[in-house]
Design a protein around this ligand. Structure first.
Ligand code: HEM
Length: 317
């Protein structure tokens, strides 16, 4: 019996090593999931993403954010892609998701995949691969992700209450990410995705109404001027919003974090050291970010009969 158990454990660890999967096995997820059933899946997604980003570089940020908002609500199951119907208001129509973009990139990849290998590649995997490819396109780290996520059958506006708010302080952020199994350091690394893209004035204007010692006074003036353009006026998170680098962390050190939830990572002693480390060492940020993103892509993944492979990413089958 004992011998049998030892052999089983050995077999399991050989499988984990063979799959190159660093976080233990989430049963159905595998690096080579589509190897036999849709061998060009990765290439099709990559070409679609590259083509879209060559036309509109700002979509890189959008695709990364989409993956995050997908995984944090109901797990990485493409629930973010579902359209509302007359009986159901879906996640994408909640206030926190209204500025999400890039749905057409996912639709485009899905259409091509359905032509090549109908009913095989899930929308959840496409979202995860698209985010990964967008990061690389923007100059970020390259990484492989395990695939085999199934698409969920639930997408409800009320679930999005569980997304972190830009008004959160560090301990609220640690709690929100901790609930999904992330450490404080992983939360800081993931926040580094704000090296890409922009936020609208609506997301940071609350910081401008009273004097804030954690906000650089010149930067505060820039933001006030920006907000003169209305709630939808966009401000980049850092000086290079289309390049995946560590400038975001340098901005935090200069009290020029855009959201309260960004600046708080530097204000709070508990996470300041991590911010300093990433600001000084981009390779370290890339290393941790890569690991944290692979982990984020496995949050509450649905496997087997717990989900489906949607025919149309916007509709439950
Ligand atoms: C730590 C908690 C987080 C909060 C409170 C937060 C909040 C926000 C807010 C308010 C915006 C701007 C939305 C708008 O004004 O339209 C934004 C943008 C963005 N977020 Fe986050 N976020 C967080 C973490 C993350 C994570 C973990 C990722 C990805 C791994 C991410 C990726 C992005 C990206 C790339 C953008 C720019 C989108 C664009 O330019 O289209 N965020 N985030």
């Amino acid at each position: 019996m004992l011998l049998k158990m030892i052999m089983m454990v050995n077999l399991l660890s050989m499988f984990i090593l063979a799959a190159g999967f660093p976080y233990g096995v989430v049963d159905g997820l595998r690096m080579d999931y589509y190897l036999m059933s849709c061998p060009f899946a990765e290439q099709i997604v990559k070409n679609t993403v590259n083509g879209a980003l060559d036309n509109d570089p700002a979509l890189a940020a959008a695709l990364v954010r989409m993956h995050f908002h997908d995984c944090f609500i109901e797990g990485c199951d493409a629930s973010i892609l579902i359209d509302s119907t007359k009986d159901n208001t879906a996640e994408k129509d909640s206030p926190g998701n209204l500025s999400l973009r890039g749905y057409e990139v996912i639709d485009d990849a899905k259409d091509q995949l359905e032509e090549q290998c109908p009913g095989i590649v899930s929308c959840a995997d496409i979202v995860a691969m698209a985010a990964r490819d967008a990061i690389f396109w923007a100059g970020g780290p390259v990484y492989d992700i395990p695939k085999g996520r199934k698409d969920g059958r639930r997408s409800k506006i009320e679930d999005t209450i569980n997304l972190p708010f830009p008004t959160f302080n560090t301990s609220e952020l640690i709690t929100a990410f901790g609930k999904r199994g992330f450490t404080a350091q992983e939360m800081v690394a993931l926040s580094g995705a704000h090296t890409l893209g922009v936020a609208r004035c609506a997301s940071f204007k609350g910081r401008l109404s009273s004097a804030d010692p954690t906000l650089d006074s010149d930067f505060a003036k820039t933001l006030s001027k920006k907000c003169g353009g209305g709630d939808n006026a966009e401000q980049p998170f850092d000086a290079t919003p289309r390049i995946f680098d560590n400038f975001y962390f340098n901005a935090l050190m200069r009290k020029s974090g855009l959201l309260f939830s960004d600046q708080t990572l530097y204000t709070t002693p508990r996470t300041r050291g991590v911010v300093n480390g990433y600001a000084m060492n981009q390779a370290m940020f890339f290393f941790d970010f890569r690991k944290a993103m692979i982990k984020m892509g496995t949050v509450d993944v649905k496997e087997g009969s717990k989900g489906e492979v949607r025919q149309d990413c916007r509709k439950i089958n």
